[in-house]
Design a protein around this ligand. Structure first.
Ligand SMILES: [Zn+2]
Length: 377
């Protein structure tokens, strides 16, 4: 459809769902702009690729306003007349009631699923399986760039051990993707939710913070390729690959219950409670020490195993400031004043610094500097 000036001809466009839209006489947006606005409206709450970089505080609101400004210029023949306040209120009430009904229905359905299919032991074995796989991957990264022969040998032993344990858990669990959690959610549903949370509650705040503090890391994170749900951990808001490096994002984890074993363990092993159960637990083993720690393993080596993107995001630039030699200072200064006072002061200083040079400094004052040869290191 051609976009002709309002008043000359009817401007219409048919959306992919077959609905024909007609532009209001004073509208200025084009047909393709309307279609784009409709598409954004449908996707803006769920399409992660679309909202991946909508990190600015008001970005979602701006997009919402922009889309509705365009939509207000068109009509599709439905609901042409103005509604009364009572009608709108009744509509809102119906809508809320319907939404509540759906939530309740979903809760009931999930409770039934839990009653029928939830198996605590199987769910726990599934988490152990994920952890053993992450452990095996972690030790493989060490094997790829070992710090010593002793480390290589031990890492290979532990990789093999983790793989064997993972295999045993896999045998017990069967298909890990059909294991319900205790709320009635499948791993695929949780991954989808975690991706959304990753973007809104980690990526956006992180980008806002880095924008102020560290432009290099900001740019790196901004350019991070878009994730999809299959990249995510089903147990936390981190991509599953991060767990191979002991990086986790448990964004909404409550503190352990007071007086519980978990609380005691969290005190004994800092980081244990905050860690995702699907992640390698190497860091905690390392802190625990003894046979749990790989020989010769250091934080520097860990940083070296990180892929460039993770290193850039999680390893802050060294804070060591560039060496800037101090600005040279004169040995002494003599402020401007009556000539007799200046001469007297200079004579006095000459006795202290017999080899110094007298130079004219800023604001007419006199400065005593080491002679050129002496100033050299
Ligand atoms: Zn996780």
């Amino acid at each position: 459809m051609a976009d002709e000036p309002a008043g000359h001809a009817l401007v219409q466009i048919t959306a992919p769902n077959g609905v024909t839209w007609t532009r209001q006489p004073r509208g200025i947006s084009s047909g393709p702009q309307l279609l784009e606005a409709l598409s954004v409206l449908i996707r803006m709450n769920s399409d992660i690729a679309l909202i991946w970089n909508w990190w600015e505080e008001d970005r979602h609101e701006r997009e919402h306003d922009r889309v509705w400004r365009i939509l207000a210029e068109w009509n599709n023949g439905a609901g042409q007349r103005e509604h009364t306040d009572e009608e709108l209120e009744a509509f809102e009430q119906r809508w809320c009631k319907e939404a509540d009904r759906k939530v309740e229905e979903d809760k009931t359905r999930r409770a039934e699923l839990v009653a029928q299919d939830y198996d605590e032991k199987r769910a726990d074995s599934r988490r152990q399986l994920l952890r053993k796989e992450a452990d095996a991957a972690f030790f493989q990264h060490v094997i790829d760039a070992p710090a010593s022969a002793a480390q290589l040998k031990e890492a290979a032993r532990r990789r093999d051990e983790s793989q064997a344990e993972a295999q045993e858990f896999r045998r017990q669990v069967g298909n890990p993707d059909d294991v319900l959690d205790n709320r009635g959610y499948l791993p695929a549903e949780r991954r989808k939710q975690h991706l959304d949370e990753h973007v809104r509650y980690w990526r956006y705040p992180m980008l806002r913070e880095l924008r102020q503090k560290d432009r290099r890391r900001f740019k790196t994170l901004l350019e991070m390729p878009v994730l999809d749900a299959t990249h995510m951990c089903s147990e936390c808001q981190a991509p599953i690959e991060w767990h191979e490096y002991d990086l986790t994002l448990q964004l909404f984890r409550a503190r352990p219950a007071r007086g519980s074993v978990a609380e005691k363990l969290s005190v004994l092993m800092p980081g244990w409670w905050e860690r995702c159960p699907a992640s390698t637990a190497y860091q905690i083993s390392h802190v625990w020490g003894g046979a749990h720690a790989l020989p010769d393993f250091t934080g520097e080596q860990w940083r070296g195993t990180l892929p460039p993107l993770l290193r850039a995001i999680f390893v802050p630039s060294p804070t060591a400031k560039k060496f800037t030699p101090p600005k040279p200072q004169p040995l002494a200064t003599v402020p401007t004043g009556p000539i007799a006072d200046v001469m007297a002061k200079l004579q006095e200083l000459q006795a202290t610094y017999p080899t110094a040079e007298v130079r004219q400094g800023a604001h007419g004052r006199w400065e005593l500097w080491p002679a050129a040869d002496e100033a050299k290191p």
